[in-house]
Design a protein around this ligand. Sequence first.
Ligand code: GRF
Length: 203
Amino acid sequence: KKVVILISGRGSNMEAIVRCAQREKWPAQIAAVISNRPDAAGLHFAQREGIQTAVVDHKAFEGREPFDAALMQAIDAFDPDVVVLAGFMRILTTEFTAHYAGRLVNIHPSLLPSFPGLHTHQRALEMGCKLAGATVHLVTADLDHGPILAQALVPVLPDDDEARLSARVLALEHQMYPRAVRWLLEDQLQIDGLVVRHRTGES
Ligand code: GRF
C-alpha cells in the first residue's frame, strides 16, 4: 500500500509516521511528502529519508479550486491508498474531500467536537479545561467534524501555558497518529456514519 503525507511546516507528525513505519516494518510505503509551502522544515527530513517530495505552492494559484486541482494531481501521481494531513494548514474544497473520501485522514490537537479550528490550546486553557488531547479523524467537507478514528487524553496542569500544553499534546499525537494510520491501511476500521469501530474492539 502507499501513503502520501501532506505538510505545511515542521512535520513532526509526518516524521513520527515515517519512523513508526520503518520500526514496525509496515507493508506500506510512504510514497511522498507534499507541502504547500516551499520552506516547510519537514521537507528536509523527508529528503534525508529518501522519500520523494513535492511542493504545490498555494500562492501560485488564484483561489482554492485551482490549488486543490493541482494538489490532487500531484497526490494522484503517487496513487495513494491513504492520504495523511499532518499539520497541513489549508482548508480543502468539497471536490477534494469527496475525491479522497474514506482515505483522507487528519489529526487535530483537541478532543473534537470541542475546539475545532485554530488556537485550540489557548481556548482550552481559557475555558479552564482539566483535560486536553488529540483526535484523529477522517476528513469530510465538514471541517474538523469527520468520523473519529482515535482520541487520547492528557491532563491540563495548573501551571500550563500554551507552549507546555501543546508540547504535551504533541507527544501524544506522535504516539497515536501512526497507530491510527496503520489501522486504516490494514482496513481494521468499520465506519458506520460518524461512528467508527475497530474490528477487534481496540480503541
Ligand atoms: C499538530 O499539532 C497537529 O495536530 C496540527 O498541527 C500541528 C502540526 O505539527 N494539525 P507538525 O507539523 O506535525 O509538527
